[in-house]
Design a protein around this ligand. Sequence first.
Ligand SMILES: [Zn+2]
Length: 129
Amino acid sequence: MYFPKGNKLNSILPLRCPQCHRGKFLVHPPFKIFKLTRVRDTCDHCGLKFKIEPSFYYGSMYVAYALGVGLMVGTSIGYWLLSSNFSILECFLWVLGLILAFGPFLNGYAKIIWANFFINYDSNKAKTK
Ligand SMILES: [Zn+2]
């Protein structure tokens, strides 16, 4: 990635391990929308256990909620700016459609953001292998 080493965006944007920024975080990429966004058990590069404790990723629902509200507000503002006559029903349908379309992405990114709250980059773990 294009961010300085240790920057959390190197982990979040490509959905990589929060500790080494190299190993994959999800079992399936989020664009495979019929597969559930499951987190791997361990990092295939540094061996980090992604599930710190049981039900750890339930907390990512707070992040998913924030991302969903951001998407809703952004869609509403975009619709309001681009439409000639504002219809609340059309706006609602746009928001609903985009939430459904980007749901797996919101879920996957919420989990990697949640993991990055608790796991920091370790340059020594990134070098091994
Ligand atoms: Zn790792």
